[in-house]
Design a protein around this ligand. Structure first.
Ligand SMILES: [Zn+2]
Ligand SMILES: [Zn+2]
Length: 366
């Protein structure tokens, strides 16, 4: 089943408004000056198991999530569909070059815009394709007031993009360095194309939800859908293939610094700890290259140490501005290098926001 954007929004009561979306408030938001890939949506397919691939997304101004592609005897299961239909179409073309099997199921790991806005590619190619998510994820995808993802957030982005595009144009006028100017012009072209894409989105929302861990026996393959607790969102869904020891995490585990805004820092480490109990060879993360199991331990450690440091700062009545500086430096020896392996989402770029958001959630209970 597929809803038009209008049908979904007919349920929304919110008055039209012009939104400005701060890239630092957005999951995986990109600075207009960032170096991003030019020339279309591209993915590198990396085999991580027998009939299992990671579709590792190239860095774009409007970020694409990774995908997992799981082949069964009679079809394909795809995890996550990126930020726009053009991206899921590009991945689908790559996959269809390798196998003509139909996509029977799409699984969304969580509600963020960069993981589900390409769903419609698969339901258009195969109208009986199921979309599966956790029940909390579906609730957020259909919440008219939800930020950072969901059907209503598509319209919020359409309202906000013209101002964002104007800002990039103004930055281009001001830029004197030719390299910076070229990066801005590339990102401007991507921003304009993204706005066109947004206007064509027909939200393909979950047709089936899971509230507890369950096992699919899909074309001879065991696929476990795991609800392990709250982490990056309250509806994170993990996908585990026991035979090949492959885990797919969405943004609960990424190759760069986590986005904490919609997250639960006190529970995040424990949730990742649950995943560590599984027998794992490879982890397909939400963004970045596939990782070994040890990355889960590193990521859990970051949250355990971040939360402990923030709680101590709170107990000492340390002002948040001071805590941002002190904790950033205190945690750097252990985490700065491992969290700064990509040109974006680096430790120093995000640590202050991680500390402030954790402080608000854990100390101020906001
Ligand atoms: Zn993401
Ligand atoms: Zn996310």
């Amino acid at each position: 089943m597929e809803f038009t954007r209008r049908q979904v929004l007919a349920q929304a009561t919110m008055a039209a408004a012009v939104y400005t979306l701060d890239p630092h408030e957005l999951c995986c938001g990109m600075n207009a000056y960032a170096q991003t890939a030019a020339g279309g949506e591209t993915f590198e397919l990396k085999k991580v198991g027998d009939g299992i691939w990671a579709g590792v997304a190239a860095l774009r101004y409007k970020v694409n999530s990774n995908a997992a592609i799981i082949e069964t005897n009679d079809g394909l299961v795809i995890v996550d569909s990126h930020s726009k239909p053009a991206a899921s179409q590009a991945l689908y073309r790559d996959v269809q070059g390798a196998t003509k099997k139909p996509v029977k199921k799409v699984i969304n790991t969580h509600f963020h815009w960069d993981h589900w806005q390409g769903n419609q590619t698969y339901t258009q190619a195969n109208p009986s394709c199921e979309i599966i998510a956790s029940d909390r994820c579906k609730a957020r995808l259909t919440d008219p007031n939800q930020m950072n993802g969901g059907a209503a957030f598509v319209d919020k982005q359409i309202a906000a993009m013209p101002a964002e595009i104007d800002k990039i144009k103004a930055d281009i006028q001001k830029a004197s360095d030719p390299a910076a100017k070229a990066r801005l012009e590339n990102n401007l072209a991507q921003a304009e194309a993204y706005l066109t894409e947004l206007k064509g989105i027909k939200p393909a929302l979950p047709t089936r939800t899971v509230s507890q861990t369950m096992t699919l026996n899909e074309g001879g393959r065991e696929i476990r859908l795991i609800v392990a607790g709250r982490a990056h969102t309250d509806g994170d869904l993990f996908i585990y293939m026991p035979k090949d020891k492959v885990l797919v995490t969405g943004d609960a585990v990424v190759g760069w610094m986590p986005f904490v805004n919609d997250g639960y820092p006190e529970e995040w480490g424990q949730t990742v700890g649950e995943l560590e109990k599984l027998d794992i060879d490879k982890v397909i993360v939400g963004h970045g290259e596939p990782e070994p199991k040890g990355h889960l331990t590193f990521f859990r450690g970051y949250f355990t140490d971040l939360v402990a440091a923030v709680k101590k700062a709170g107990a000492d009545n340390m002002p948040v501005e001071d805590a941002k500086k002190k904790i950033a430096d205190d945690l750097a020896p252990q985490y700065e290098k491992g969290m700064s392996r990509y040109p974006n989402g680096q430790y120093r770029e995000r640590i202050a926001a991680n500390i402030e958001q954790t402080y608000n959630k854990v100390v101020k209970k906001m």
